[in-house]
Write a protein that binds this ligand. Structure first.
Ligand code: ADP
Length: 720
């Protein structure tokens, strides 16, 4: 079976030539020239491809037994030829047609290629990453300067050869003149000189042990074994005979013939030997499987190089029986797309691999990062998506998988000895749980307890709602939160002022999804969650109501005036009890969009513009009656200087918009108003822009309007 290298070299120019697709070509260059560490992963990748091909053959064989008829065996064979420096890896899987060869191995771009190349740059040339990106086959060029693939697919009556040399930028395909495969694929690697050491059976044995122990088909390695053999120990026999002879002589009798004395000798026997325990790990008793074995299974099965954060292995018995092994990954995938099928749950029926495309039916979308296997004996072997969707059994399985997944996550969150684990989890998958709050009403309470937020309590650490509740003051009426786009902005928000002064903790919601999630929670353990940027937030102690009425009456003239001046931009102007340092804030009415939501909606191109206009109008301006500016403005209104007061009110409003997290409609108009006021204050007639450029034009009232190009370009000063 080992190829004779010299003869093969002559055939090198055979067949039709094809250029690699451009990206694949660059990938090949990278594999050949810049991946240095962990090159031995090629074996794991190729064996894993064999395993996939065998899964496919077994699956097709369920409905078309003739596919398996000529060779019932489903197995992998690995063999090395140290003299010629080749390794062959062969499977009796589904094989490839000529089209498959052409498309899968070279001419069609693989979606993970670019991502892989980026990841490699960051990892300083670690080949270990390769399997995650669906380009595992090319890992053969890590160790080989020439690769030959021979393959036979049941639906193609010819056996085909694919061949390529490292660095040639092309590959060739031709019909195999000596077809030798019944079904499946044989890959021959002609090892590079610096990889010759890998062509050693003992080395391969240890690599298979390390990387492929949990492949569920037998992996046979052609290797030598020391076998014990009983042989005659000539010397011992002779000695014993001599003793007997002497003794016989002394006793004056005839000597007996001594039986041969044997000894054990070891001889080297070359033969095929199964290297892995191919009984599926999930069908074993959990008590007999070690954490290392689970981790190793996880890495092999899902091409991961980090240990999982947690696993859960369980068997459900009763009317419905199934077993499952689930994992929480140790890191987020390189390509995270909640809308895409993740191929993370491998479904088996009676240990036959059925598909990894049923994730959506087996787990809700928000848990699509969970990886694992499910093996049921109750589902039909020909199970399809349609069957799954209507199947009662699937509903039971799904419910269990969700429960076990959440249990695993909860367990990580409670680890006292390694608190970083939950931080790792949260950074990678926290957003998924927030999506869960919105989508999975049945598990909302449990999910809420798993959330983490930044808060005014600590700069760096995040807090759970339980910890927050534990710190709540006796008189505190609600769990307060402020939604914006960064911790910095949340801290600086005027709404937080009074609360902070009274020692109330405020959660900082800094991701777009936070606000929606928290609104969905509504109440946590009897405590309502309240947005501090909404109207009517009552943080004052009791007994202040009367004082408030009095102040309101005193400032009625001003609030009425301001409402008139601001027109449709606000729903109303009120006197605030929650401000200390700021002159005013803009809040939203209970049903309006918060500043954060408005920002998110504005950024969505699909946002309905009528809804936008309507919601924008639902703002309330709250003024601080103790602030010098407000007092001064009140005097202006009382004195009847309405023009000036009107302009002041407009600037105050727009400034409050900014500090409250909204954006102003026209930054240039806003800036012009500010400069006009500033020039009034300094008594001058012109001003200079930041970069020294002057751009002046006389306004109708004779004042100078200055426009700064910088401000104009920054449409949304609130954005990072
Ligand atoms: P992936 O396996 O993640 O799709 P690879 O680069 O490892 O990516 O393989 C590319 C494709 O080549 C596979 O999807 C499969 O179609 C085909 N292939 C590779 N090895 C084999 C094999 N041993 N038997 C059949 N097909 C194979």
């Amino acid at each position: 079976m080992a190829a004779a290298a010299p003869a093969e070299v002559e055939q090198d120019t055979k067949g039709e030539k094809f250029a690699y697709q451009a990206e694949v070509d660059r990938l090949m260059d990278m594999i050949i020239n810049s991946l240095y560490s962990n090159r031995e992963v090629f074996l794991r990748e190729l064996v894993s491809n064999c395993s996939d091909a065998l899964d496919k053959a077994r699956f097709i064989g369920l409905t078309k037994p003739e596919v398996l008829a000529d060779n019932e065996k489903l197995e992998i064979r690995v063999r090395t030829d140290p003299e010629n420096h080749t390794i062959t890896i062969e499977d009796t899987g589904i094989g490839m047609t000529r089209d498959d060869l052409l498309n899968q191995l070279g001419t069609i771009a693989r979606s993970g290629t670019r991502k892989f190349m980026e990841a490699v740059k960051e990892s300083k040339g670690d080949a270990n990453l390769i399997g995650q990106f669906g380009v595992g086959f090319y890992s053969s060029f890590l160790v080989a300067d020439r690769v030959k693939v021979q393959t036979k697919h049941p639906e193609d009556d010819k056996q085909w050869v694919w061949e390529s040399r490292a660095g040639s930028h092309e590959f060739s395909i031709y019909e195999d003149s000596e077809p030798s495969l019944v079904r499946g694929t044989r890959i021959t690697l002609f090892l590079k000189e610096d990889s010759h050491e890998l062509g050693d059976a003992f080395k391969l044995k240890s690599l298979l042990k390390q990387y492929s122990e949990f492949i569920s088909f037998p992996i046979n390695l052609y290797a030598s074994k020391r076998e014990p053999k009983q042989v005659t120990d000539e010397e011992a026999t002779k000695k014993k005979q001599e003793e007997e002879d002497t003794k016989a002589k002394e006793e004056n009798r005839e000597a007996k013939k001594i039986e041969d004395v044997t000894k054990t000798e070891y001889e080297e026997v070359w033969d095929w030997e199964v290297q892995n325990d191919n009984k599926p790990i999930w069908s074993r008793n959990p008590k007999e499987v070690t954490k290392e074995q689970y981790d190793s299974f996880y890495k092999t099965t899902f091409s991961e190089f980090l240990e999982p954060l947690a696993h859960s292995h369980f068997n459900v018995e009763g009317t419905i029986e199934f077993s499952s092994l689930l994992f929480v990954p140790g890191m987020a995938p390189f390509e995270q797309d909640m809308m895409k099928r993740s191929k993370n749950i491998r479904l088996f029926v009676k240990r036959v691999f059925i598909s990894d495309e049923f994730d959506d039916d087996l787990l809700p979308r928000y848990l699509n990062f969970i990886k694992g296997v499910v093996d049921s004996s109750d589902l039909p072997l020909n199970v399809s998506r349609e069957i799954l969707q209507e199947n009662k059994i699937v509903r039971v399985i799904r419910k269990q998988l969700v429960r076990r997944s959440l249990d695993m996550i909860e367990e990580i969150s409670k680890r006292e000895e390694s608190k970083d684990d939950y931080k790792t989890f949260w950074d990678a998958f926290g957003r998924n749980l927030k999506l869960g709050i919105i989508e999975d009403t049945a598990n909302r309470d449990k999910l809420a307890s798993l959330l983490r937020f930044h808060s005014s309590n600590s700069e760096d650490l995040t807090t759970s709602l339980d910890d927050y509740v534990g710190r709540m003051k006796k008189e505190q009426k609600a769990i307060y939160y402020m939604a914006t786009d960064s911790v910095k902005a949340a801290k600086a928000a005027p709404f937080v002022e009074q609360l902070a002064k009274q020692g109330f903790e405020v959660l900082y919601l800094t991701e777009p999804i936070d606000e929606v999630a928290v609104t969905n929670i509504g109440k946590y353990k009897e405590h309502p969650l309240e947005d501090v940027s909404k109207e009517n937030l009552d943080v004052s102690g009791d007994g202040k109501a009367e004082a408030k009425e009095e102040t309101e009456a005193k400032f009625k003239g001003l609030t009425d005036f301001m409402k008139e001046a601001l027109g449709d931009q606000v729903e109303k102007v009120t006197v605030s009890t929650r401000l200390t340092d700021s002159p005013c804030i803009v809040v939203t009415s209970k049903f309006g969009w918060s500043a954060n939501m408005e920002r998110i909606m504005k950024n969505q191109t699909m946002a309905d513009s009528r809804a936008m206009e309507y919601m924008k109008g639902r703002k309330i301006m709250e003024i601080n009656p103790d602030h010098e500016l407000i007092k001064a403005l009140n005097s202006e209104v009382e004195a009847g200087r309405k023009d000036r007061a009107g302009e002041l009110a407009a600037v105050l409003f727009e400034t409050a918009l900014l500090t409250s997290g909204f954006s102003v409609d026209s930054p240039s108009d806003y800036a012009a108003k500010v400069y006009r006021m500033m020039s009034g204050a300094v008594g001058g007639s012109s001003s200079t822009t930041g970069d020294g450029k002057k751009e002046e034009k006389a306004g109708e009232d004779g004042t100078v309007e200055t426009v700064t190009p910088e401000v104009v370009t920054d449409e949304d000063p609130w954005k990072k």
